[in-house]
Structure formats: C-alpha cells, structure tokens
Ligand binder design. Structure first.
Ligand SMILES: Cc1ncc(C[n+]2csc(CCOP(=O)(O)OP(=O)(O)O)c2C)c(N)n1
Ligand code: SF4
Length: 248
C-alpha cells in the first residue's frame, strides 16, 4: 500500500494530552516536521518548560531535558556550550518565558547563545488554571483579573518579539500565528529559518507563535481561533523583525 500521509518522524507515537482545540499540538507538529526535514532529529536536544507543554519531552523524538519554570534558556546555554555540534532548542510558554523567565531569555539573547527558542504565546497561564500572564490583553478576563486586565494596576502586555528585536544578539526574530492553514504554513517557514540560523552557527533565534487556550479562555476551539485573530494579532502584529544576511 502506498503511504500518502504519516506522522512526522520528529515526533514520537505518544498521544498528546492537550485539550481539544489547543494549538500546542499544531506547534509541536511543525517543530517535529522541521527537525525531520532538516535531518536533525538525531542530533537535536530540546529543553522542555514548565507549563502545559511540560510533557514535551515525551513528544519530540529527540533527546530532551526538563528545566525549572523559566530556566530553559539557562539550561540550553549549558547544553549548547558543552555540545556545540548538537542542535539545541527551548519550547516555552508565555508564563514561563515572559514572566518568571524574562531575565534568562533576555540575557541569553544578549549573549547571542547559539540555540533556538520556540515561544508559545497564548496570553494566559494555561497549566495552572488560567491566571493573568504578562501577555494577557487589556480587558481580557482571567482568574486573577475577573473584571478584565486593568492597565492602571497591571500595565501593558509585554511584546516579547519587539523587545527581542531591540537586542542585537537576537539575530532571528519573527512573530507568527497558527489560527488558520495559511498562517500555519508561514509559522513552519519561520521555525525552519530559525533552526537554519542555528545550523549556520550565527546566534540566538526566537519565533513567537500566537496560540490558543480554549479551556482557560472559556471558548470553543473554533471561537478561540477567531478570538486570536481578532484580538491578539492587532496587539501582537505578525512579521519578521530580524533575519541575518546569511540565511535570507
Ligand atoms: C518556580 C515555579 N513557579 C511557579 C510554578 C507554577 N506554574 C506552573 S506552570 C505555570 C504557568 C504556565 O503558563 P505558560 O508558561 O504560559 O504555559 P501554558 O501552560 O499556558 O502553555 C506556573 C506559574 C512552578 N511550577 N514553578
Ligand atoms: S489548558 Fe490551555 S494551553 Fe493548556 S492544554 Fe488546555 S487549552 Fe492548551
């Protein structure tokens, strides 16, 4: 029988534990496909976060290392410096990277550590039950902002890609989304480019991916895709912020 479609070799056979409609699964698949297409599954080492994707170590078909909440860039730094021939990536949520782990990602970018970060921004703390994250939108309801996020008391949501773009060591910075098929395809291109930057030995690369959390947003999977498009993209504009000459 001719095989016309199969699971990417970049992922294991394990069934995802993610909620229905959660786009963590889509992003896992894109990363897995890129690892397979670049023929780097066997030499890659991923660093899993704390958050809903804590079990990423079960899903990617490469060596994986778990990190404490927000510390994946520090762990990735150690791994990449001691094993420079391996391809190293972190997979982090917005609570992990943009809150408790802000210092780690900022300094890793300033040092231009030669690893790749997949940053999943779903505008909320998913795993712990829907608390406000630094990326929660103004007016967005969460368990710790039941009336909606308030500008005066909590400030503006953090735009990570824009912040990274101010750091010269962040040599590849792009924000993408996975709310529909054309954008999923663009997201894969950005992820591939970020890994190519690492393979070329240039420096630190990050892809911010706008993602859904239907469970904690209190929406159906379809409505959450629409909500992302209508509410997140206006505040978190998509696009490339920096690409090194070598991989253009
Ligand atoms: C040091 C430490 N502080 C807090 C926590 C609790 N905690 C676990 S996951 C999480 C937030 C996860 O949110 P995010 O990174 O956005 O990922 P998501 O679950 O939305 O994918 C928090 C605060 C922890 N595990 N360790
Ligand atoms: S709680 Fe949210 S982020 Fe976590 S698996 Fe469910 S939908 Fe995804």
């Amino acid at each position: 029988m001719t095989v016309v479609f199969q699971r990417t070799k970049g992922l294991t056979d394990k069934q995802f534990h993610y909620c229905p409609g959660c786009t963590h699964g889509v992003i896992h698949r894109l990363v897995g496909e890129v690892l397979e297409e670049l023929n780097i599954v066997g030499k890659s080492i991923g660093v899993a976060p704390v958050g809903c994707s804590v079990l990423a170590y079960d899903y990617f078909n490469c060596d994986m290392h778990e990190a404490a909440h927000g510390r994946a860039p520090a762990v990735a730094t150690g791994i990449k410096r001691t094993r420079p021939d391996n391809v190293v990536f972190t997979y982090q949520g917005d609570g992990d990277l943009a809150s408790i782990g802000t210092a780690e990602i900022v300094h890793a970018a300033h040092r231009s550590e030669k690893f790749t970060t997949i940053f999943v921004n779903n505008a909320i703390y998913g795993m712990t039950g829907g608390q406000m994250a630094p990326t929660t939108l103004i007016g967005q309801k969460s368990t710790t902002s039941p009336e909606g996020r308030d500008l005066i008391t909590t400030g503006m949501p953090l735009r990570v890609a824009e912040m990274m773009a101010t750091i010269e060591g962040a040599v590849f910075v792009e924000r993408v989304s996975v709310h529909n098929v054309p954008h999923i395809r663009k997201a894969k291109k950005a992820i591939k480019k970020a890994f190519e930057v690492q393979l070329a030995g240039i420096g630190f690369g990050i892809v911010e991916i706008l993602s859904t959390c239907p469970t904690n947003w209190g929406m159906t999977p379809v409505d959450s895709l629409k909500w992302l498009e209508q509410n997140m993209i206006p505040y978190y504009p998509l696009g490339n912020f920096r690409t090194p000459e070598e991989v253009r």
